[in-house]
Design a protein around this ligand. Structure first.
Ligand code: MG
Ligand code: ZN
Length: 350
């Protein structure tokens, strides 16, 4: 029985590839700190609805780091981006001090366009996992320098200061030839530049409740237009960064508001993928934050009562939702490093 199912699956994949020889786009969406409770709370608070219900497959990812049961975003980001477990705090380098290529870098070498969007600064651990190789996630100026030396086609996030107001006096925005830097959503919208950077805030963007603009769903839609206009397959990582910060604050309203915005961004991506037909979408988390539990509430009023067991992260497995070509391989239970392997297999067809 199992064998037959497997053969059918393989055959289906072969058909997908045979029909369309274009390598698929990959859009990886990471809700930082977005465990199952954060998703459940956001869903119940949102008329019992999340776009995640429309995904084809669900899996579970084991998030622990090389040296600790409870991971941080750097180790877990590195695992998903490069396929190796490393020490907490480290980006792109394994415990033997070997640097690893990220899926973004591999896609770039294969001729893909690449993009990064975050609601934190763009040099924060999660987006940095996709381009930086540093022993400490706190080396923001070095991380910005490494981003400036990459050929990422589009990036959106905070952290302008680390590019233009640096200890070494360099202005990376001036050094990054070929890039247009925009300062507003309108200029972002209007720009037809092939390489574009939108540094949204000087340091870390505020929370949504604290007034963060522009909305991640709008940024995501505009970025999808720009990425697809480049006429190549693309890899894009979109992070709902602050679900984690709500968890650290043990603040359910913070968690839920950030989840809702992320959910709206996922909706834009899924709509794009459905229309495109050759886009793999993966939505997951790097870890759970807050040891959050739903302790009460109502469906009718969408009210959630939550309790938290820690101000840090927890070691619970996190869900992985997938849609599109090769999405079936994301079902099951696996290490967070397998997310890299499965994406790599999708782009290299190994
Ligand atoms: Mg993050
Ligand atoms: Zn955190």
């Amino acid at each position: 029985m199992k064998k037959i199912a497997l053969t059918l699956l393989l055959a289906t994949n072969l058909i997908i590839y045979a029909q369309d020889n274009t390598p698929p786009n990959i859009i990886l969406m990471i809700g930082d700190g977005m465990g199952l409770t954060q998703i459940s709370a956001g869903m119940y608070a949102n008329n019992n609805n999340t776009v995640l219900e429309e995904f084809s497959y669900v899996g579970l990812s084991k998030t622990y780091a090389a040296n600790q049961l409870i991971t941080d975003s750097a180790a877990s980001g590195t695992a998903m981006a490069t396929g190796v477990k490393t020490y907490n705090g480290v980006l792109g380098i394994d415990p033997k001090n070997i640097q690893h290529k990220s899926i973004l870098e591999i896609c770039h070498e294969l001729g893909y366009a690449t993009g990064l969007l975050a609601t934190s600064s763009i040099v924060h651990a999660t987006p940095a996992s996709f381009y930086a190789k540093v022993l400490s996630r706190d080396m923001y100026e070095e991380i910005a320098l490494q981003l400036s030396q990459h050929q990422v086609d589009l990036f959106v996030g905070g952290g302008k200061k680390f590019f233009e107001d640096r200890e070494d006096g360099r202005n990376l925005k001036k050094e990054m030839s070929g890039y247009e830097f925009v300062n507003s959503i309108n200029d972002f919208k209007k720009s037809t530049a092939k390489k574009i950077g939108f540094l949204t805030y000087d340091k870390e963007p505020p929370s949504l409740i604290g007034g963060r603009e522009p909305a991640l769903d709008e940024l995501t839609s505009l970025s999808l237009e720009k990425m697809s206009a480049l006429g190549k397959p693309f890899f894009m990582m979109v992070e709902g960064s602050q679900i984690d910060w709500g968890g650290h604050d043990n603040d359910a309203s913070y968690v839920i508001s950030e989840f809702k915005e992320f959910d709206a961004a996922i909706r834009k991506v899924l709509e794009f993928a459905k229309a495109d037909g050759n886009t793999l979408v993966i939505v997951t988390a790097d870890h759970e934050t807050g040891g959050m539990a739903i302790s009460g509430g109502t469906i009718e009023k969408g009210r959630i009562k939550a309790k938290f067991t820690t101000g840090g992260h927890s070691a619970a497995m996190v869900p992985v939702f997938s849609y599109g070509p090769n999405s079936n391989v994301f079902s099951g239970i696996y290490e967070n490093t397998a997310i890299f392997n499965k994406m790599q297999a999708t782009v290299t067809r190994k």
